[in-house]
Design a binder for this molecule. Structure first.
Ligand SMILES: Cc1cc2nc3c(=O)[nH]c(=O)nc-3n(C[C@H](O)[C@H](O)[C@H](O)COP(=O)(O)OP(=O)(O)OC[C@H]3O[C@@H](n4cnc5c(N)ncnc54)[C@H](O)[C@@H]3O)c2cc1C
Length: 461
C-alpha cells in the first residue's frame, strides 16, 4: 500500500481527521488529496471594484482548497446538537458535544485564544422569544471571525505539512475497491495517476456533492435525498439587532408561520459584517461574512432567513428545486437580486435610485429587482411573516429600508448510508463532513473528522 490512510478533501473534516491521526499515531502514512489550492494561493478575484461578480474560475477559491468551504467563512463554531448536523444520531449526544469542545481546544491553541465564546445559557432573550412565538435554539458559539479563522488554518497547516503528504490541485476521479483496501484514481498536472490505501476517508463537502453521488453509485452505497433551504439574506443597521448579537453573537431563532405552519429560521448572523456572493457549481447565491478585527467592521448586521423544503415521492431532487430558484434570480438579476423590504411590501421592484435614497447602505453590489418574481409565494409569505415576528423582539427589523438579498440557498448533500462508525457498507471506507449529508457546519464536520480518526487509530493499535 502507498498509504495507510488517504483523505479526499482538505476542508475541516479532512483537516481534523489528519490532525488527530498525526497526534495519535505519528507513524501512519497519510495523504490528503485536495482539488483546490493550498491556503496561501486561495484568492477570489471579486474585489467589488474591477471585478464585481463571479467570473467562473476553474476552481472556486471560496469553496475549494485547504480549509474547504470554511476557509473564508465567518468561522463560527457552533457547539450544539440543536443544529449544524445530526452527528449525534450516529455517535450519541455526549460524544458529539465532547468532540466539538475538543475541536474548540485545537482552534484556541492554534491562534484562536483571544476570540469570544458566546452562549445562550441564562439569556433573557429566550423568554422574550417565547413571548413572541419565537424559539431561541441552545448553543455555545466560538466566533473566530474570517481573519482569525485564516490564522488558525495557517498554524494547523504548518504543523501538518511535514507529517502528511498534501496533494493540492489534485481532483480525485474515482475510487476502486481492492481486496485489502482502496485504489484512489486522481488527475494531477493533466496526468492520470493512482495511489492505494488501507483506509479511505471521503470528506468532499458540498462542492463535492455531485462527485459523491457518482462514488455511491459506482460502489453501490445506498443514499437518501435530503432537504434544501431557500430564503433571503437580510441586512439592516447593526444597532437594530444589537440586543441579540451583543449577548449571543449568533441567535438561532425559529418561527412557525401562522399561515402554513412552516418553520422559518435565522441562519449565519454576521454582526457588523458584509454580504457576499457564493458560487455553487456556477450558480450565484448570497452569503455573509464578518470580521473579528475592528478595522474591518461595517455599520450593518446581516443574517439569512431560510425555509426548509423536503420532497417525497415522486419528486426527490430537493437540490435541483433550489438550484432552479437560484437560476431564476440569476436570470433576472445577472446574479443576486437586492430589494428594500418596503418595496417588496408595496409590490414594486427596487431600483438603484430607491436603494440610494434608503438609509441602509448595501455591503454587496447586487442588482436592484423584485424578489416576488423569484421566490414561490409560500416561501415569500413565510419570510415576510418572520420579518414581522422578529420586529417584535428587534424593533426596526420590518423597516422599509431593511435590505433583502436573494436568493440564499443552502444545499444539502444526499445522506450517505453509514453505520455508527461513519463507515459505508464497505469496510474501512468512511464518509465524513458535509459530503456525508450528516453534518452541515464547521464544528460538526470537524468533530466527524476527529471521530473517524480515533476509530482508525484504535484499530491500528
Ligand atoms: C461562505 C461560507 C460561510 C460559512 N460560514 C460558516 C460558519 O460561520 N459556521 C459554520 O459552522 N459553517 C459555515 N459554513 C459551512 C462550512 O464551511 C461547512 O459546513 C464546512 O466547511 C464543511 O466541511 P467539510 O470538510 O465537510 O467540507 P468542505 O469544507 O466543503 O471541504 C471539502 C473539500 O473537498 C474538496 N473536494 C471536493 N471534491 C473533491 C475531489 N473529487 N477530489 C479532491 N478534493 C475534492 C473541495 O475542494 C473542498 O476543499 C460556511 C460556508 C460558506 C461557503
Amino acid at each position: 500500500m502507498d498509504y495507510d490512510v488517504i483523505i479526499i478533501g482538505a476542508g475541516p473534516g479532512g483537516i481534523f481527521s489528519a490532525y488527530e491521526m498525526v497526534k495519535l499515531k505519528p507513524g501512519l502514512k497519510i495523504a490528503v488529496f485536495e482539488a483546490g489550492y493550498e491556503l496561501a494561493r486561495r484568492h477570489c478575484p471579486i474585489d467589488g471594484v474591477k471585478v464585481k461578480s463571479c467570473v467562473g474560475c476553474k476552481v472556486c477559491s471560496i469553496m475549494n482548497g485547504f480549509g474547504g468551504a470554511g476557509a473564508f467563512s465567518d468561522g463560527k463554531y457552533n457547539i450544539t446538537n440543536d443544529y449544524g448536523g445530526t452527528l449525534y444520531e450516529y455517535i450519541g449526544r455526549d460524544e458529539a458535544l465532547d468532540l466539538m469542545n475538543y475541536v474548540d481546544e485545537i482552534n484556541t491553541s492554534h491562534g484562536g485564544a483571544d476570540t469570544h465564546m458566546f452562549s445562550t445559557k441564562g439569556t433573557p432573550l429566550k423568554k422574550i422569544c417565547m413571548q413572541n412565538k419565537l424559539t431561541l435554539l441552545e448553543a455555545s458559539v466560538r466566533h473566530l471571525g474570517t481573519d482569525i479563522n485564516y490564522v488558525v488554518l495557517e498554524q494547523i497547516y504548518d504543523e501538518l505539512k511535514d507529517k502528511v503528504d498534501f496533494f493540492f490541485e489534485t481532483k480525485v476521479a474515482n475510487i476502486e475497491k481492492l481486496s485489502d483496501g482502496y485504489k484512489v484514481n486522481y488527475s494531477r498536472d493533466g496526468r492520470d495517476m493512482s495511489a492505494d490505501c488501507e483506509y479511505c476517508i471521503i470528506s468532499v463537502g458540498r462542492s463535492g456533492s455531485a462527485w459523491m453521488q457518482t462514488v455511491c453509485s459506482d460502489l453501490s452505497i445506498p443514499t437518501r435525498s435530503n432537504r434544501v433551504d431557500i430564503g433571503v439574506r437580510v441586512e439592516l443597521p447593526a444597532q437594530i439587532f444589537s440586543d441579540i448579537t451583543d449577548d449571543l453573537y449568533e441567535g438561532k431563532i425559529v418561527y412557525r408561520t401562522a399561515k402554513f405552519e412552516d418553520l422559518v429560521r435565522t441562519f449565519c448572523m454576521n454582526p457588523h459584517g458584509i454580504v457576499v456572493n457564493e458560487n455553487t457549481n456556477g450558480i450565484i447565491t448570497v452569503n455573509g461574512h464578518s470580521f473579528e478585527g475592528d478595522d474591518k467592521k461595517t455599520d450593518n448586521t446581516n443574517f439569512a432567513l431560510l425555509v426548509s423544503k423536503h420532497f417525497s415521492e415522486p419528486f426527490k431532487d430537493s437540490n435541483g428545486y433550489g438550484e432552479s430558484i437560484a437560476r431564476l434570480s440569476n436570470m433576472l438579476g445577472g446574479g443576486v437580486i437586492l430589494q428594500r423590504f418596503g418595496d417588496l411590501e408595496r409590490g414594486r421592484r427596487s431600483t438603484q435610485k430607491r436603494i440610494d435614497e434608503g438609509t441602509v447602505r448595501p455591503t454587496l453590489a447586487a442588482t436592484p429587482g423584485d424578489l416576488s418574481l423569484v421566490l414561490p409565494k409560500r416561501i415569500l409569505d413565510a419570510l415576510i411573516e418572520m420579518i414581522y415576528a422578529l420586529d417584535k423582539i428587534a424593533p426596526g427589523t420590518a423597516n422599509d429600508d431593511t435590505l433583502l438579498y436573494g436568493v440564499e440557498v443552502k444545499f444539502y448533500n444526499m445522506e450517505v448510508s453509514l453505520n455508527e462508525r461513519l463507515e459505508t457498507c464497505h469496510k474501512n471506507l468512511f464518509v465524513i463532513g458535509d459530503g456525508s449529508g450528516v453534518t452541515h457546519s464547521l464544528s460538526h464536520a470537524s468533530a466527524s473528522g476527529v471521530f473517524v480518526a480515533r476509530e482508525i487509530c484504535s484499530e491500528k493499535a
